[in-house]
Design a protein around this ligand. Structure first.
Ligand SMILES: [Zn+2]
Length: 341
């Protein structure tokens, strides 16, 4: 079954779309090519619970206050739930929680990742293993220059001051929001303890970045954990959602449009990664480094940030193939070359 999009127009600036009488959809702007993030409001007793917040931008802050004033008639906010630690999701959590005196709800790993990254660089000078990652992947100079020469990690500018307390969301926890119960389903792969919220009664899944209708979420090996293999976790996450969430749900994603056809989309994403694994396997006929493989795999112009994510994604696929014994990695002049076994 092809995906069905019940709403063809997203909410315009400063307004909301009612998904049900108890769920409202709004958009916050993002400076990157994606342009927007979807945020949701769930009726919570005599107020509203916010799910995901947007990035630290004046325009986004103003829009939250305007929407509370006009669309919610000055109604109260009860709490802020954040699906994961990426700045477009958690960016305004501190602002909203401080301004409105409401608690932050997040999974444990995502909360502490946010605090860690918001604290800035782990150290003054670049760590030797970060250098080693950049060298061994043959990372493009422009990416090294843009992403690794500054004195900050960029995260703290995109995120407002992190709340000092949080309320933990754990896997399978049932959270009562207003008249309904939502089950938290946590997954790894895109982020370490990403939360989706599933309401069986309403047949709605708030999917965060775990399920998106057209684009696929980044699944990357980064210098923080250079030998990780997140694609295994990503595949497991898809199995878990397929088992635990009904195919009939309306999916409310963090980007693009709400849709129906969850299981179809989960299958498509797995197929996409399998195709990518196949292509990489073929490209490894001759020994090549990760940056060179990325250029051939993505076949389009990538800016330095996109290239960093793409190389990370390429390596997650290479590690998967290595774990399966399909390719081997050799260190040659301090760069890793990958080749078919
Ligand atoms: Zn994300």
């Amino acid at each position: 079954m092809a995906l069905v999009y019940p709403y063809d127009t997203p909410p315009s600036k400063g307004s909301v779309v009612d998904i049900t009488p108890e769920i409202k959809w709004l958009r916050q702007p993002l400076p990157m090519s994606l342009g927007h993030i979807n945020c949701y409001l769930i009726k919570d007793g005599d107020g509203w619970c916010i799910v995901d917040t947007g990035m630290n931008l004046d325009e986004a802050k103003t829009q939250w206050m305007d929407i509370i004033e006009t669309e919610l008639n000055g109604g109260k906010i009860t709490r802020v739930i954040v699906t994961h630690q990426h700045p477009d999701h958690v960016g305004l959590a501190g602002f909203l929680c401080d301004e409105l005196n409401v608690p932050l709800w997040m999974s444990e790993i995502e909360y502490f990742y946010t605090r860690t990254f918001a604290g800035g660089m782990a150290r003054e000078e670049r760590y030797w293993e970060t250098d080693q990652y950049l060298t061994r992947t043959c990372m493009a100079e422009a990416t090294k220059e843009t992403m690794f020469s500054g004195k900050t990690n960029g995260f703290s500018e995109m995120v407002t001051e992190v709340p000092a307390s949080y309320h933990r969301i754990a896997d399978q926890q049932v959270i009562t929001i207003g008249d309904h119960q939502w089950v938290a389903i946590t997954t790894r792969g895109h982020s370490p303890e990403h939360v989706c919220l599933y309401c069986k009664e309403l047949d709605i899944l708030i999917s965060g970045d775990q399920v998106l209708p057209i684009i696929t979420s980044n699944v990357s090996v980064s210098p923080i954990q250079p030998e990780s293999s997140p694609l295994v976790d990503w595949f497991l996450a898809h199995d878990k959602l397929k088992q635990q969430v009904s195919d009939s749900v309306l999916v409310l994603p963090s980007h693009q449009l709400p849709f129906k056809g969850l299981h179809e989309r989960l299958d498509e994403v797995i197929e996409h990664h399998e195709e990518r694994l196949d292509s990489l396997h073929k490209l490894c006929e001759k020994p090549q480094d990760a940056q060179a493989l990325t250029i051939q795999l993505f076949e389009r112009e990538l800016d330095p940030f996109q290239n960093f994510m793409a190389v990370g994604e390429c390596i997650s696929h290479l590690h998967y193939l290595m774990d399966k014994g399909k390719i081997k990695r050799n260190l040659n002049n301090d760069r890793y070359l990958y080749q078919k076994v």
